[in-house]
Write a protein that binds this ligand. Sequence first.
Ligand code: PAF
Length: 280
Amino acid sequence: MAEVRGVLDERRRAGASVALVPTMGALHDGHLALVRRARELADVVVVSIFVNPLQFGPTEDLDRYPRTLEADLAALAGLGVDVVFAPDVTEMYPNGSAEGTTVSAGPVGARYEGAHRPGHFDGMLTVVAKLFSIAQPDVAVFGQKDAQQVFLVTRMVADLDLRVRIEVVPTVRESDGLALSSRNRFLEGHDRTAALVLAESLDAARTSAADGASELLAEGVAAFGDHDGVDLDYFVVIDPETFLPVDEAFRGRALVLVAARVGATRLIDNDFVDVGASGR
Ligand code: PAF
């Protein structure tokens, strides 16, 4: 950590701007799109690789989470990344992670992903705040794939007056529409095909958005039908400004969030829709 701070201090003193891409490793093309965007935005690009125990619940997949450091470093080598910060758990949490100071994500942090993963967003914001403090980036780059994370990080920056700009990069998808995720590597055979239902439900929502929020919601949920081995966790239409569910009278740009368990793998996806727009 001291070494990374030293390198970045020196570059900043020489007038360089810094972009940070926080990751948990197991890098895929979605992460590489974040790194490419960071490369466009700043003189120095820092990528952090840290599987943060604080954002995993006791029954979640912390041990199963893929760790592929060598492949990650090789993928980053070709992209002109200046600094890779890959601390171990004791470096990030020298006093243990259980009883230290944490950031609270507030009520929105308890909804959607937070309802299924209690404490997840407090843990995520805590490590992101630490990474901001360590790297002191001018800009930090996040993926739209984790829409609630983007909302909460953006709000933390505003609420805590942090001096960093948040840049959001669109979700990268496979050619058949599946949103890229480090967890996709667990999808095999039937599960890989079944996972497409998330993107299909968003397509259905987009197609029926002109008819209003209830119709959109009904069509999106109906896309799940009775897919074998798929359990829908939530499918919601929210106002991107507040991250709260919209009502039937809502018109304008909304965000649809979906989460489902496919076999043993939990997947999320989202997309913007134009609710009640005429012209169909
Ligand atoms: O999106 C992720 O990979 C993680 O939540 C992040 C932002 C790196 C914090 O651990």
